[in-house]
Design a protein around this ligand. Structure first.
Ligand code: PHE
Length: 355
């Protein structure tokens, strides 16, 4: 009799659950819950109390257990139905694939950094490693050791920005913003005996009035190669190859006499215009050539400064070449940027174009 009574009760539960499902609203789910599990008026409570009261004492325990088993069945139905009935309908959830996608802003390499990475990579493929040095330098590394003696007129060409309150120090220790990456040549040679093949990229500072082509901060890439029997033709071959790698294999180079205190002989290097193939265009000011590099054979006097710390830099036994170029100009040419200040503006509308 008890089995039959419970089967009836379960049927009743299932029937009302089915009805609530058909209505499919959260109200129906709540009504179903109150009907069966309500604390005072709930069917489960009322039926169990009535049955237990009328049952013989020995049977009460097993009746109680069967009611306890029925409760989780009702609850699990509620959890499932309560969740699904509150979900939006499939229609409302449908995805309109014709809507434009969500735009996610992606970071990108700054055109200057990108240009430097590409140029440095050219030299790395030739076996050069990367050298670094500080942006705040001493007079010794920026000038004296590079054969700019105190008071030498060549210092005036560098438009140096100096750090304040340095005049109580000896000249060689006074701090300034490096005007070129060449001091890293000296720092590297002091750290390691020859052979050296390094490429240096970095920020440099000069007291230039800002205009479309000048900025008080700009970037250079510098190279230094020191070994036995390094000649001017090694310099020419290295730079010619590097320019072909960077700008394309049809680019030509030509060398003109120049002057730097730390190289002798020195040269300025021009490349045939990679944009018009040397025929003449706006980028090369219709000359077919673009001046890009300063270079030369390392002056023996420079090795002399290094020898105090590394005697192996004996100009009778070794020789070397160095070169330097401005990154900003190369990046501006490559990307057709007409105003250098854009490179330092941090303007997202400008930078986005390189993403
Ligand atoms: N340091 C030089 C400059 O800033 C460039 C240079 C580097 C020239 C190395 C020769 C050799 O103008």
């Amino acid at each position: 009799a008890l089995d039959r009574a419970f089967a009836e009760l379960e049927k009743e539960v299932d029937a009302s659950a089915l009805e609530a499902t058909k209505r499919g609203t959260s109200d129906a789910v709540e009504e179903f819950r109150l009907l069966w599990l309500g604390r005072k008026q709930g069917r489960l409570k009322q039926v169990s109390e009535a049955w237990l009261k009328s049952a013989p004492v020995e049977a009460r325990k097993s009746i109680g257990l069967r009611f306890n088993a029925l409760k989780p069945r009702i609850e699990s139905w509620l959890v499932w139905e309560g969740w699904t009935s509150t979900q939006p309908t499939l229609d409302a959830e449908a995805i309109d694939v014709t809507l434009p996608g969500t735009h996610r802003a992606l970071g990108a390499e700054h055109p200057l950094i990108k240009t430097m990475h590409e140029m440095v990579a050219v030299f790395q493929r030739m076996g050069y490693s990367v050298g670094v040095g500080p942006e705040v330098e001493t007079d010794y590394y920026n000038f004296e050791s590079l054969n700019f003696p105190p008071g030498h007129p060549a210092r005036d060409t560098q438009d140096t920005l100096v750090v304040a309150n340095q005049d109580r120090k000896p000249l060689r220790d006074r701090l300034l913003m490096r005007t070129h990456t060449s001091p890293v040549q000296i720092r590297t040679m002091e750290q390691q005996p020859p052979p050296v093949r390094i490429v240096i990229r970095g920020k440099v500072h000069r007291n230039d009035a800002a205009d479309a082509t000048h900025s008080p901060i700009f970037h250079q890439i510098e190279g230094l190669c020191v070994d036995t029997n390094i000649t001017f033709s090694d310099l020419k071959g290295t730079l010619d190859h590097a320019m072909k790698e960077f700008f394309g294999s049809s680019v030509k180079t030509r060398f003109f006499p120049s002057f730097f205190p730390f190289t002798e002989p020195s040269a300025d290097v021009q490349i045939s215009c990679p944009f018009c193939g040397g025929k003449g265009c706006r980028k090369c000011k219709y000359s077919g050539w673009i001046e890009l590099l300063g270079c030369g054979m390392v002056d023996p006097a420079v090795f002399g400064f290094v020898q105090g710390k590394q005697p192996a830099y004996d100009p009778k036994k070794i020789s070397g070449f160095a070169f330097g170029m401005g990154v900003d100009r190369i990046a501006m040419m490559k990307y057709g940027i007409s105003d250098i200040s854009l490179l330092y503006s941090g303007d997202a509308r400008f930078l986005e174009q390189f993403a």
